[in-house]
Write a protein that binds this ligand. Structure first.
Ligand SMILES: C[S@@+](CC[C@H](N)C(=O)[O-])C[C@H]1O[C@@H](n2cnc3c(N)ncnc32)[C@H](O)[C@@H]1O
Length: 364
């Protein structure tokens, strides 16, 4: 059975666990598996399930929270106890009523009592330093919005599960389709999802997920220096998202200010030159972690990124960043991301993004 922690929360450009399985099986190594752009943690978690030590980092709070929850979870009993404690505290907690410029969005997105419970959890969960709270927060992120007309396990009015649609767009859509926010009890849903997720027990091995930059991996994971033999990763895609605008409601739930506006200078990579420089710095950041010989698998993507260009930018940046001998083992498949942006809420819009897979051996 597929492990139920895998799907705790969807994420943009996540790769399937079969991708990780395939490359772990193909590897002759047995050291630590590392993902410097871990996203929702598919590489780290699948490696742990397969008995491999694993770690990863990501600059995105949603990614760090979800990966951390999966790869270093509390016990089932700890989650159940914490939920009971939170529910009791929430009973007479008073919510901040002023939701600012997004007040209309919030009043249509959540029924009043559901919104109060969500706001309570937002300020009560210490997800950055407590692993039980992090697990509850990850469950909350997965249930925060979704196709609530199809499932009783989402808190919000009808929304895609994969991305948080912009506030004004959502309001227009709900009004046009006469959609009302459902009355959902957040704690009942979280209890139900806890039971559901723990039906597949957590793996015996624990992994590490850090909210941090790939470029600093060598110092963040000092204790792993020389121990990593497999890297399975996908860096941010060229000219697509910076992973924040599509997750704005989840970022709010994790404590950030509510805004669905895209910031300028947002870290998005628009041109091949700056993308190349970023990748050089990222690979340089992890080179100290690699053992004498290792295998690096990269899924790379972008709107205007053809396969040859992708291979060049990747191979050149690996050589420059790692400062070691790198050899292309497999210029694998190219494909379009499946089901990333198209859904009933936003209309069917095929993605213009292409993804390319490559595998390198590294020595020296
Ligand atoms: C293509 S996604 C990875 C998805 C992942 N493979 C999965 O299955 O969920 C790229 C990730 O890189 C992260 N990212 C962007 N810049 C970063 C940086 N400088 N350091 C670490 N992570 C970064 C983004 O937040 C995003 O989660």
């Amino acid at each position: 059975m597929r492990h139920r922690f895998h799907s705790i929360c969807p994420y943009f450009a996540m790769f399937p666990e079969t991708f990780v399985q395939k490359h772990l099986t193909a590897s002759r190594f047995n050291g630590v598996v590392f993902d410097p752009f871990c996203g929702r943690g598919t590489t780290v978690f699948e490696s742990l399930i397969r008995g491999r030590r694993a770690a990863g980092c990501d600059t995105h709070p949603v990614a760090a929270c979800v990966t951390g929850a999966k790869c270093d979870p509390p016990t089932l009993l700890e989650v159940i106890r914490r939920l009971a404690e939170l529910e009791a505290e929430c009973l007479d907690w008073r919510a901040e009523r002023d939701m600012g410029e997004l007040a209309e969005f919030f009043s249509l997105c959540f029924a009043p009592e559901t919104l109060r419970q969500v706001q309570f959890l937002r300020q009560a969960l210490d997800w950055r330093s407590d692993k039980t709270d992090r697990f509850v927060a990850a469950l909350g992120l997965g249930a925060l919005h979704g196709e609530s007309h199809r499932s009783p396990n989402y808190f919000s009015n009808r929304m895609p599960r994969t991305i948080s649609t912009k506030a004004a767009y959502s309001v227009r859509w709900w009004r046009r389709h006469n959609c009302e926010a459902p009355e959902r009890d957040v704690f009942s849903i979280l209890r139900h999802m806890t039971g559901y997720r723990y039906r597949t027990p957590p793996p015996a091995l624990r992994g590490e997920a850090v909210l941090g930059d790939a470029r600093d991996a060598g110092s963040t994971f000092r204790h792993l220096r020389g121990h990593v033999t497999d890297v399975i990763t996908s860096p941010p895609y060229l000219d697509t998202t910076n992973y924040r605008e599509d997750q704005w409601l989840r970022l709010w739930f994790l404590g950030e200010k509510a805004t669905d506006r895209q910031a300028r200078g947002d870290g998005r990579h628009y041109g091949l030159d700056s993308y190349h420089s970023f990748l050089v710095e990222a690979w340089a950041g992890m080179t100290q972690l690699l053992g004498g010989a290792s295998r690096i698998v990269v899924r790379i993507g972008g709107r205007r990124l053809g396969k040859d260009e992708a291979m060049d930018v990747l191979h050149e940046s690996l050589k420059a960043g790692l400062g070691r001998s790198t050899r292309l083992l497999d210029a694998g498949v190219s494909s379009r991301p499946k089901g990333s942006q198209a859904n009933a809420f936003r209309g069917a819009r095929p993605s213009p993004t292409m993804e390319h897979d490559f595998c390198f051996s590294v020595t020296g």
